[in-house]
Structure formats: C-alpha cells, structure tokens
Write a protein that binds this ligand. Structure first.
Ligand SMILES: [Zn+2]
Length: 288
C-alpha cells in the first residue's frame, strides 16, 4: 500500500511538472515567439506610377491571430481596389530596407506579433517614419511581444499589460472623440457596438500626448487578466479607455488601434472605414 501511494505521488508530481513546462513554453511562445528567422533578401516589386502604395505586413512570430489576419488581408484588398491603392501584402521582412520603404505611403502591421524584423530592418522602419513615412498598427501589433523600444514609444506610447480574460471578448460601445485631424474621423459613427478582446496598457496614451480617436468605457467591461495579481487593473485606462490613437512622429505619423482580435472586427464597417481614413490621412490626401 505504501508503495502504491509512493507511485501515485510521483505520478502526480510528474504530471504537475509536465504541465508547468508546457505552460512555461506557451507563455514564452506568446511573449517571444519561436523559432525566429529573418528574411533579408529584398523582394522584386514593381511600383505602379501614380498610385498610393500600402505595405500590409502580417508576419507573426508571437501569438498568431490567423482568422483576423486573413480577414484583414481581404478587407485591405477591397480598400485598395476602391481607392486605387497599390497594395503589397507580405509576411516576409526583406522589404524593410530604406530604398523600398521610401516608396510606400503607409506601412500596416496587420496583427504582426513577436520579433519580426532584424536590427537593420527595425532601424530602416524607424528612419522611414521619422523622415515622413507612416506606420499603422492593428490589435496584436500592440502587445508586448515585440521587444522594440522605439516601436513601443512611438506607435503605442505605452506598454501592453494584458487583455481581458473573463471572458476574453466582451461587448462595448466604441465612442468617437473630436480630434485635431478631422480627416481621421470623417464619415465615422459617433458610437458603435463591438465585441473584441480589449487591451489594457500600463498608461493611458492620452497622458503621453497621443490624440485619442475612439474609446470604450473601461468600467463597463471586466478588464481582469488571467493572473492572480492582474485583477481589476486598469492602469489609468478606466472610464477613459482608448482603443484607437495617433500622433506625429518626427516628420511622419503613427496610428494604432487595439481593435481587431478576430474576423468579426473586419465585418464592422466603422473599423474598415477608420483604417481607410488612417491610410488616407497618413499621406494627407483625403479624397471625398
Ligand atoms: Zn487578440
């Protein structure tokens, strides 16, 4: 009998250890992604004359929002057709070189997570924005898996803490705010209902000088994360909980929205319209 309990104890301990290893691996995968490989060869791209060029980048080495990424590609293809944009969609980082980046009017990180660019490619994007380019980030592009200070400071203005988990997607009223750049809010509804995985950041980007386009009421959702100490932590994103914000960075512009966890967001007209406005605003040529 004694032997039986010994075997039982060791079996239980082994199972617990195995579960801990799997959990640690899962958390590591979400935070860092692996394996990480960088594409360094510049692709061959023919840029048509007289067309605005948009780079849609969907590489992920962290959590992959597969459904949303694919839905996003389809919506951007439709927007490109409608607006006569040249859309270059890729999951490879080779295009992030100074010569080719300079030909794009906007770069979009479509739920791009993890370390996706090498040092030289990151630097090329930083210079591109500071010298007049523009960067748009969608949902997962704002999580903490990128490990890139410039990106966090200039696109997000704050560090990602966690997302709600009880449950992870919750319905909220998305409320429009008056912003200095009215081109960004053109034809957008003042409020719309949407169910998404709401992100909580350690600081409110409003306090960091970003212009806030849309907020939700963070007191009407349960923002608790999965970890014991992550309950009811709003970090200054309570009632005023921004979900879309922007600012000038150097001579360029950055725009981020935490909306877009799954394909549902892409079926919401205001979401697609907001991104369409952001692209048009980014290059300062809104055509009505
Ligand atoms: Zn998500």
């Amino acid at each position: 009998m004694k032997r039986f309990f010994k075997i039982l104890l060791w079996t239980l301990l082994s199972i617990i250890l195995l579960l801990c290893i799997l959990l640690a691996g899962f958390i590591y995968k979400i935070k860092n992604g692996f394996p990480v490989s960088f594409e360094t060869e510049a692709p061959s791209i023919h840029f048509p004359a007289n067309q605005k060029a948009v780079l849609l980048f969907s590489k992920s080495t962290g959590f992959r929002h597969a459904e949303s990424i694919e839905a996003g590609k389809t919506v951007f293809e439709d927007l490109a057709k409608k607006n006569n944009w040249f859309l270059y969609s890729t999951e490879e980082g080779g295009v992030f070189n100074p010569e080719q980046l300079a030909k794009f009017d906007a770069v979009v990180f479509n739920n791009s997570t993890g370390r996706v660019l090498n040092d030289a490619q990151q630097e090329a994007l930083e210079k591109y924005v500071e010298q007049g380019g523009s960067l748009i980030g969608i949902h997962g592009s704002g999580d903490d898996s990128h490990h890139w200070d410039w990106y966090e400071k200039n696109l997000l203005g704050s560090k990602f803490s966690h997302h709600a988990l009880h449950p992870n997607v919750q319905e909220a009223d998305v409320v429009l705010h008056a912003v200095p750049d009215s081109l960004l809010s053109a034809s957008l509804p003042s409020t719309w209902k949407h169910t998404d995985e709401w992100y909580v950041f350690f600081e409110n980007p409003r306090a960091k000088g970003f212009n806030i386009l849309y907020t939700i009421d963070g007191e009407k959702i349960n923002p608790s994360g999965n970890l014991l100490w992550m309950t009811d932590k709003n970090f200054g994103m309570g009632k005023d909980h921004p979900v879309a914000w922007y600012r000038a960075t150097g001579k360029g512009r950055t725009f981020y929205t935490s909306i877009g966890h799954d394909a549902l967001a892409w079926k919401q007209e205001p979401f697609a319209k907001m991104l369409e406005n952001a692209i048009k605003w980014e290059s300062g040529k809104l055509k009505k």
